[in-house]
Ligand binder design. Structure first.
Ligand SMILES: Cc1ncc(COP(=O)(O)O)c(C=O)c1O
Length: 380
């Protein structure tokens, strides 16, 4: 007989782990054992699991009103948009809420192409932006990996990572936008750094192209600042974010500068579920908790602690920013990932086969990092 799980499309390779419940940074598997979660469900569980304020906010909103579309005003939606802009500490003017990171990027690219009337988008080698048509088109290696569609909906070219000299040839008067993850996530926590991001900003200004930061993975505090844009002091025209934004309630946002916002009018963009009240209640709870619990400082402190203590055993170096960390390994990372999981620690991998990727909840403590460094030492 077919098992229940066999009714799911066979598109995911799964870890040998079935989770039945979770609390704080701990998962409980179906055998009743605890697993330390240093992966946070692909960077989603920023507040960890069963966070009381987040759980209460969702329950309150579910009781008050679970859904109304964007055609109907709701205070929770307006509050979430204002909260997100203020949290960002960036001079951004408006927020378009959607449901996923790919959808946020899709809309950002649409806005840029329409606004400039140009045919070309530049992206960065190694980038991952999602699996929909436009997001897949600007994802590096999409064809080989099947991330995108057979043809791209606009012209695309890629700039080698960190290659300042290559920027001018790829970003021209034909370019509508440059899209970039300031810290590349799936690539293995590759921090592109202030000089490269500043050079992109400068070139976009020279040719009249827009700069889009994809902070789906590195945003909402994961870099130790509200956004990586704050960390590097580079201001994009549009910023997309998702993952940690809802702590597990699906949601995403496209944030826009005053100039970009001013080009939009009624019906320019649309969505049914984006900006739903449950998502907005989750967003408010996440941002409130990050500020009230001073989680940005904790991300900075714990990120440094990981870098200081976890370059041991089969780990030869570390990279990334805040709690988006890549540990470079001397053995295949997938092998080490499996061995760590056998010992009760869940970590991620990356498209780089020698990188273990850590995306832990922001509520992480030093003792959890000590468990990882101890386990790594034992794996030497
Ligand atoms: C940087 C980045 N952009 C976009 C996406 C796509 O987000 P989603 O899976 O929510 O569509 C991801 C997902 O991993 C991501 O890491």
């Amino acid at each position: 007989m077919k098992a229940a799980a066999d009714f799911l499309a066979p598109v995911f390779s799964r870890y040998p782990l079935e989770v039945v419940s979770a609390q704080g940074v701990w998962l409980t598997n179906s055998r009743g054992e605890r697993v330390l979660d240093l992966y946070g469900g692909h960077a989603v569980a920023a507040l960890g699991y069963a966070h009381p304020a987040w759980t209460a906010a969702l329950a309150r909103q579910a009781q008050a009103c679970q859904f109304q579309s964007n055609a109907v005003a709701m205070q929770v939606r307006s509050r979430a948009a204002e909260r997100l802009v203020r949290f960002s500490r960036l001079p951004l003017a408006s927020v378009f809420f959607v449901n996923s990171g790919a959808e946020a990027n899709e809309n950002a690219l649409k806005v840029a192409l329409r606004m400039t009337g140009r045919p070309h988008i530049a992206a960065i080698e190694g980038a991952f932006h999602g699996r929909t048509a436009a997001a897949g088109a600007v994802t590096w290696g999409a064809k080989a990996k099947g991330y995108g569609f057979p043809r791209t909906p606009f012209d695309v070219s890629f700039i080698p990572r960190g290659d300042l000299a290559a920027i001018a040839a790829q970003v021209t008067g034909q370019t509508a936008a440059v899209i970039v993850e300031p810290v590349q996530g799936l690539a293995g926590a590759v921090d592109l750094g202030a000089p490269f991001l500043t050079a992109l900003r400068k070139r976009c200004d020279e040719v009249g192209a827009l700069l889009i930061f994809d902070e789906v993975q590195c945003g909402v505090g994961r870099s130790g600042e509200p956004f990586a844009a704050n960390l590097y002091g580079v201001l994009p025209d549009m910023l997309t974010t998702a993952k940690a934004l809802g702590n597990g309630f699906p949601c995403a946002a496209l944030m826009m500068s005053p100039v970009v916002s001013a080009t939009l009018k009624s019906d320019s963009l649309g969505t049914t579920f984006g900006g739903g009240p449950l998502a907005c209640a989750a967003i408010e709870a996440v941002l409130d908790a990050i500020e009230a619990e001073r989680l940005l400082e904790r991300v900075q402190r714990l990120g440094e602690y990981v870098r200081k203590t976890c370059v041991v055993g089969p780990v030869s170096a570390s990279q990334g920013a805040g709690l988006l960390i890549g540990l470079r390994t001397t053995r295949p990372a997938k092998q080490l990932q499996a061995e760590l999981l056998e010992g009760g620690i869940l970590v991620g991998s990356a498209s780089d086969p020698n990188i273990l990727r850590l995306l832990p909840p922001f509520i992480l403590e030093e003792e959890h990092v000590d468990m990882l460094s101890g386990a790594l030492r034992d794996l030497a």
